[in-house]
Every structure is written in C-alpha cells, then in structure tokens.
Design a protein around this ligand. Sequence first.
Ligand code: C5P
Length: 218
Amino acid sequence: MRRFLVAIDGPAGAGKSTVARLVAEQLGLTYVDTGAMYRGVAWRALQEKVDVTNEEVLAQLAEATQFKLEKEGIRINGKWLKEELRTPEVSQLASAIAKMGEVRQALVRKQQEIARQHGVVMDGRDIGTHVLPHADVKVFLTASIEKRAKRRYLELLAKGYQVDERTLQEEIRKRDENDQTRKHSPLRQAEDAVFIDTSDLTVSEVVEKILELCRTKV
Ligand code: C5P
C-alpha cells in the first residue's frame, strides 16, 4: 500500500492521542505523537539545565534529539519516557518552546522525515496546516472546555490525584489561548479538515468516524 497519511489536530484534551493511536492500530500505520516531541525537548532542556529562553540553544537541542517510534510511543535519545513528559513543569516549558520558530522548524523537519518513511497517523496542532499539508485525511478534533476538563479530571482521579475541576478548566483555557494566538503555526483547522466535536461521542464512535473517512480515500 502507498504511504497513507492521516493528520489529526485539535486543542489540548480533545482526545487526539487516544483516538490517533487506535486509528493507527486499525490501519496498520505508525502513530506519531508530535506533542511528545515538544515535551521531549522540554524535558531534555530541564535535565541539561540549558537556558530555556535561548531559542538558538533550544533549536540545536531539538535538532540533536533522536526520536525513535515504537508501538507504545516515542523513545527519546534511547530513553523510554512516559509520566516524566506529563509533569506540569514539562507541560509548561513545552508550551513555551512550541512558540519558538526555530524549534518548530527543527521538529517539523523530523516529523516530515518520519512521514516520508512510514504511513502515519500524526497528531498535534499544525499537522494538517503545516507538517503534512497533503495528508490523505485531515481531522480537527475538539470538545467543549467543560468536557475536556472533566475527562482530565477523571483521568487524574483514577491515578489517585486530587485536583480541582475549575482549575483544570482554567489551565485548558490558557493553553488554548497560547496555541491559538502564537505567531508561528497557531492552532487552527485546515480548510480541508473534517471537524469532529467529541463532546458527546465515545472514543469508539470517534475512531469509527475517522476510519470511515479513511475508507473513502484508500
Ligand atoms: O499535545 P500535547 O499537549 O502533548 O503538546 C505539548 C505542547 O506542544 C502543547 O503545549 C502544544 O502547544 C505544543 N504542540 C505544538 N505543535 C504540535 C504538537 C504540540 O505546538 N504539533
């Protein structure tokens, strides 16, 4: 089969990674979590105590970081990182470095290189608009802030964390604003992307909708 490319974009907490992973599994494609790449660079910057305001240094760090795709996610410089990438400190820095044009350029190049070698389901904020403008299927996934905060709340509760739902809503609202108003590749729906509001849909309903779109393009 030719390399089939699926781009899934949307705001934080819309369920992109869960859905993208399942779609990739069903179609036998490689799942690429581009958010984990921004988080990975942020994590390395903190580990190596580099100046996190220096765009050039961070872009070099992004360039020098190896991302190895595996079924479960991305290995960063040979290291298997999961919860380490989800701390508030890493989330905040990932969001800040995602505003830097040179860092984005380095990571976008790597994402495009992956898509030259594999059929992919890639999720992020700028995949349909910038990274894979010629993707076969483009989806823009979103949900209300209340629903997104509720999902995050239940996820954290299940892990044993006590959090305030209103605080989560506020954090999500801030991240949306950051993503939508930044100068380089702000979050927006590509003109040819299909809009799916997941507020009242189950994960399998969303996955089925995307698979249906893919079937029409194969
Ligand atoms: O999706 P996730 O929350 O893991 O992304 C981490 C950060 O990376 C977000 O703050 C988002 O702004 C940024 N990001 C981005 N472009 C992408 C993927 C993520 O700017 N393609």
